[in-house]
Design a protein around this ligand. Sequence first.
Ligand code: FAD
Length: 320
Amino acid sequence: MAEVLVYVDHVDGAVRKPTLELLTLARRIGEPVAVALGNGAADTAAALAEHGAVKVLTADAPEFADYLVVPKVDALQAAYDAVSPAAVLLPSSAEAKEIAARLALRIGSGIITDAVDLEAGDQGTVATQSAFAASYTTKSRVSKGTPVITVKPNSAAVEAAPAAGAVEALTVSFSATATGTKVLSRTPRESTGRPELTEAAIVVSGGRGVNGAENFAIIEALADSLGAAVGASRAAVDAGWYPHTNQVGQTGKSVSPQLYIASGISGAIQHRAGMQTSKTIVAVNKDAEAPIFDLVDYGVVGDLFAVVPQLTDEVKSRKG
Ligand code: FAD
């Protein structure tokens, strides 16, 4: 069976959920060989083996932390040369997309970004993408070289599928450009304790209808009762009520959670572009004619200041 390279997104050895989802998709195409780089790379092996990695190639070197992405591209290329895989899969994070593009260029392959599903086809891996603000679904495959594909978070379920997960050290020789851009400092964002927006299974978003930064406490309270991430429309972000890092939409982040709750958001096309692939969409809006109601699974016509706190209380009471 062909091998499929899976680039591992991890923080000091803790594998992030989108990588485990990638392993589910990789198993449809071939045998997943994971590539884990940087601090704690070897510590990823148990989780990766539990989710189907037949092999885990690891490398750690100061270059991975001290410079931008090129050392990681060098390492992924070394893995590619060693394995000759049927496909290379990466999560659709900003960093991994840059790595994917650079690798595709180096190995002369086509690239597909932001896939939401993958399947094995007669002529190679077929990727499903959502296009034009999710108005269309496209299926495509790379026709030149080995497909390099990035996959959006929440595109597949995480499935346990125990495999050997044999750890092998990857030998990497860094290219002349590897140390071209040095990282001078890193400032970790203050943790809110909430899940990462693009990875969250539930997202609760607020828009202009929230009517003020202080009122976002209502949105946050519902999010916290559900263990959700908080999103915001551009109108709310432009008004300075919520940080841009939380903006959902065309010029913000693209989310695809199991449940998306939009409160006081009209449903402009640019907002839909970032959330329309959510599995279940709920909207609270006092205007029954708001366009958001055209795409919801459940809609509540009402004042968010009355509806959202009631919803929060209901969720809390059900949790006991
Ligand atoms: P509005 O459209 O003003 O809607 C507010 C809604 O709240 C209304 O439907 C209203 O009925 C409802 N409401 C008001 N009070 C209450 C209440 N008390 N209870 C319940 N409902 C209430 N937008 C994004 O979101 N993300 C993007 O990434 C993005 N990128 C853009 C890129 C470009 C190039 C352009 C041109 C625009 C972009 N926009 C984006 C902006 C987008 O066009 C809309 O202007 C924006 O999404 C509107 O935000 P909103 O729905 O919060 O506000």
